[in-house]
Write a protein that binds this ligand. Structure first.
Ligand code: KIV
Length: 277
């Protein structure tokens, strides 16, 4: 297959031609390689890594250093996919200078192709400042986990006409500010369809129905590696945790019984040499 590096122009073309865009999270080298080999368009180094990789209760404690460290590993594992680094909570809210500087770190230190940040109309000026500095920005509206406390929990957003209208406005403001794509999380499918139809740039849904321009899932949810909880919008394609646990138990039992390693896993030495030791 003649594969080329995915670009913003290619993602835009996919929207215009009605072809679905794929996005998957990855946080390390082996996963990024698998995502890339699967032909997925965009790899998101999501701040969800705080929960699925680092064991935090939420994405709020995630730091820039953690995001850069994991983004660099993803970059090394990616040849074709468009890599998006997720700006962690409080890395872009304090000032425009701070936002541009941190977005720049994702590009310069981690080799990302763009950044993503959460927020709608209230964050449009930040998106504009980062884009004006030459860094592509993907927006994120609807359920924004970094501000879940302000939203009174992890709830579907835009269920009534007023809040739905605000989300339409947010999406348009982000597009106007220069965002090249927008993730929409946990909003009704009819609203996602409406926003997707009104925007020129692509929309990527997670819990936003089928009519978005593309879909994203958290890798650990898709392969069954995060057992704390599973949101309704997740489809688990394979359940790896029990299989891995089984393999680990088998290893422990074989070591304890002395049946591992066997001769096929060991290195031989000539008897004469052994005698000369
Ligand atoms: O951090 C993340 O993984 C995300 C996705 C859920 C879109 O923002």
């Amino acid at each position: 297959m003649d594969r080329k590096k995915v670009t913003i122009a290619y993602l835009q073309q996919k929207k215009e031609e009605g072809q679905k865009i794929t996005m998957m999270t990855a946080y390390d080298f082996p996963t990024a390689s698998l995502v890339d080999q699967a032909g997925i368009d965009t790899t998101l180094v999501g701040d969800s890594l705080g929960m699925v990789m680092l064991g935090y209760e939420s994405t709020v404690p995630v730091t820039m250093e953690e995001m850069i460290h994991h983004s660099r590993a993803v970059r090394r594992g990616t040849k074709y996919a468009f890599v998006i680094g997720d700006m962690p909570f409080m890395s872009y809210q304090v000032s425009l200078e701070q936002a541009i500087e941190n977005a720049g770190r994702f590009m310069k230190e981690a080799g990302c192709d763009s950044v993503k940040l959460e927020g709608g109309t209230e964050m449009a000026h930040v998106v504009k400042a980062i884009v004006d500095a030459g860094i592509p920005v993907c927006g994120h509206i609807g359920l924004t986990p970094q501000t879940a406390s302000k939203l009174s929990g992890f709830k579907v957003q835009g269920k009534d006409a007023e809040s739905a209208r605000e989300l339409v406005k947010s999406a348009k403001d982000l597009e106007e500010a220069g965002a090249f794509m927008i993730v929409m999380e946990c909003i009704p499918d009819l609203l996602a369809e409406r926003i997707t139809g009104e925007l020129k740039i692509p929309t990527i849904g997670i819990g936003a129905g089928t009519d978005c321009d593309g879909q994203v899932l958290v890798y650990h949810d898709l392969v069954g590696l995060f057992e704390r909880f599973t949101p309704k919008f997740v489809k688990q394609y394979i359940n790896l945790s029990p299989k891995i646990r089984e393999a680990l138990v088998q290893f422990r039992e074989e070591v304890e019984a002395g049946s591992f390693p066997g001769p096929e896993h060991s290195f031989a030495m000539k008897k004469e040499e052994a005698e000369r030791i």
